[in-house]
Design a protein around this ligand. Structure first.
Ligand code: PXL
Length: 265
């Protein structure tokens, strides 16, 4: 029997982030991928590659989830970009129709093409409707600051404190990604499991943000959980996988984890 992982996320037309990155990650980790599209993002080359964002109609999202969950026995899902309060509510109601072993949430809070007011509504909807369903959440520095309400996140201890505060919103495990935004030579992530904080470290690869790395990281956690890994092992493999993807990035700066990545990591 094949292992299956499911993702509900936005399409990103250059192929580096969103659903495209998620499905490629599933495939590379040996998991059959099923995807539901929530919105379509097409970066605009004529306007500094800004985000053009089009939401998919709620009924169409619900239909896709119905098709995916009826065709397969899915029990592990990743939630990526949702984009509007309506989409958040549609996805939350559809998820409530069956039990899930794991719901991995990548809380994509800001899409440059959106009105700030609309983004705020989406943030609130995500916080109240999706976070309580999450077993694992993977905020970056900015998202962790927003969700925890902390003024600044400058140290590893701050990441741990943010993770504890975000756990109060519902998620069982909180993985705060320091990324290139945290000072120092290392890319540091903390994992809070409801009791303890574990710190994961890897050398930074340059100091530029790689769009899509967060998608790949959360998708890799999802694939490993689908295969039966513990959350800590899944996060650790995902960190190695995303690291290899950033090392192997293509000319658009999109992460690409090549065959044999484990041997080269
Ligand atoms: O990397 C965050 C992200 C997630 N999902 C979609 C995106 C982006 C960033 O551009 O477009 C669809």
């Amino acid at each position: 029997m094949s292992t299956i992982a499911y993702v509900i996320a936005g399409s990103e037309a250059t192929g580096g982030a969103g659903l495209q990155a998620d499905l490629k990650t599933f495939e590379r980790l040996g998991v059959y991928g099923v995807g539901t599209i929530t919105c379509i993002v097409s970066f605009d080359p004529k306007s500094n590659w800004g985000h053009r964002f089009v939401p998919v109609a709620s009924q169409v999202i619900a239909d896709q989830i119905e098709a995916a969950t009826s065709a397969h026995s899915l029990d592990v899902v990743k939630i990526g970009m949702l984009g509007t309060p309506d989409t958040v509510s549609t996805v939350a109601s559809s998820l409530a129709l069956q039990p899930w072993r794991h719901v991995v949430v990548d809380p994509v809070l800001i899409c440059k093409g959106q009105e700030p007011g609309a983004a705020l509504d989406t943030d609130n909807a995500l916080r109240t409707e999706i976070l309580p369903l999450a077993t694992v959440i993977t905020p970056n520095l900015f998202e962790a600051q927003t969700l925890s309400g902390m003024d600044t996140l400058d140290t590893v201890d701050d990441l741990g404190e943010a993770a504890r505060r975000i756990a109060d919103l519902g998620p069982k495990y909180v993985v705060v990604k320091g990324g290139v935004g945290l000072a120092g030579d290392e890319a540091i992530d903390v994992v809070f499991d409801g009791q303890d904080v574990t710190v994961l470290r890897a050398p930074k690869i340059g100091d530029e943000r790689v769009s899509g790395a967060g998608c790949v990281f959360a998708a890799a956690i999802t694939a490993e959980l689908a295969k039966g890994a513990s959350v800590l092992d899944a996060v650790s493999t995902a960190k190695d996988f995303a690291h290899a993807g950033i090392v192997g990035r293509i000319t658009t700066n999109a992460p690409f984890t090549a065959v044999g990545w484990r041997d080269r990591a």
